[in-house]
Design a protein around this ligand. Structure first.
Ligand SMILES: CC(C)(COP(=O)(O)OP(=O)(O)OC[C@H]1O[C@@H](n2cnc3c(N)ncnc32)[C@H](O)[C@@H]1OP(=O)(O)O)[C@@H](O)C(=O)NCCC(=O)NCCS
Length: 177
C-alpha cells in the first residue's frame, strides 16, 4: 500500500504559468515520467518554454498539482464535442520524486468530485492507460474508476502501437473521497 500516512490535504490544484517553468522542467525532462505518455521528453529549457507557451498555458483545462503551492505535476481534462460531448478524458503526471505517496490519487479524486457539478452536461470521465502502466491503472481504481477493457494497438506511444486499457467514471457512480 502507498504510504498514505500523510493525508495529502496540502495538495492543491491551480493554473500554471511561466513562473512554474523550473518546476515544470523537473518532470518534463524525465524519461521515467514520459515513458507512457504521448509527449516526448524535453531536452532543454527552451523546448520546455515552447511546450508551455503552445500547449500548457492555452489548454482549456489543465491544472498544476501543487505541494505547498509548488507545481509537482499536472492534471488535465480534454473535452470532446458533438455527439461525444457527454464525456471527457483525464490525464495526469507527477514528478518521479513524489511517486508512491498517494498524490496523483488525491488530485484525481479532487477533480472527479467537482467536475460533474461544474460541467453538468458531462456523463463520464474517460482514461486510457498503457497496458504496462500499472501505477496509473491503480490510481484510477483507487479513485473509483472502472476498468472496461483493452483497446489493442490503439495508440502510438514513442512511435510504437500500444495496447490501451480503458477506464471510466460515470456521474452516477459512487465517488470515492
Ligand atoms: C502514474 C502516476 C501519476 C502515479 O502517481 P502516484 O502519486 O505515485 O500514484 P499513487 O501514489 O496515488 O498510487 C500509485 C499506486 O500504484 C501502485 N504502483 C506503482 N507502480 C506500480 C507497479 N509497477 N505495479 C503495480 N502497482 C504499482 C502503487 O503501489 C500505488 O498503489 P497502492 O496505494 O495500492 O500501493 C505517476 O507514477 C506518474 O506520474 N507516472 C508518469 C506519468 C504517467 O504515467 N501518467 C499517467 C498516464 S495515463
Amino acid at each position: 500500500m502507498t504510504a498514505e500516512n500523510d493525508d495529502n490535504s496540502d495538495i492543491t490544484l491551480r493554473l500554471m504559468d511561466l513562473g512554474d517553468i523550473d518546476d515544470f522542467m523537473v518532470w518534463a525532462t524525465d524519461d521515467k515520467v514520459s515513458q507512457f505518455c504521448t509527449w516526448k521528453t524535453c531536452t532543454s529549457k527552451e523546448e520546455a518554454m515552447t511546450y508551455m507557451i503552445n500547449s500548457v498555458i492555452p489548454h482549456p483545462w489543465m491544472r498544476a498539482i501543487c505541494l505547498k503551492n509548488r507545481a509537482i505535476g499536472y492534471i488535465m481534462l480534454t473535452a470532446f464535442e458533438g455527439n461525444d460531448a457527454c464525456r471527457c478524458e483525464v490525464g495526469y503526471v507527477l514528478a518521479s520524486k513524489y511517486w508512491g505517496k498517494g498524490i496523483a490519487t488525491r488530485a484525481l479524486k479532487m477533480v472527479a468530485s467537482t467536475v460533474f457539478c461544474e460541467w453538468t452536461h458531462l456523463e463520464r470521465l474517460d482514461a486510457w492507460v498503457d497496458q504496462d502502466n500499472l501505477g496509473s491503472q491503480r490510481v484510477l481504481v483507487k479513485a473509483g474508476f472502472q476498468k472496461e477493457g483493452v483497446l489493442r494497438k490503439y495508440m502510438l506511444i514513442k512511435g510504437k502501437p500500444r495496447d490501451m486499457v480503458v477506464f471510466s467514471l460515470l456521474s452516477t457512480d459512487p465517488h470515492v473521497n
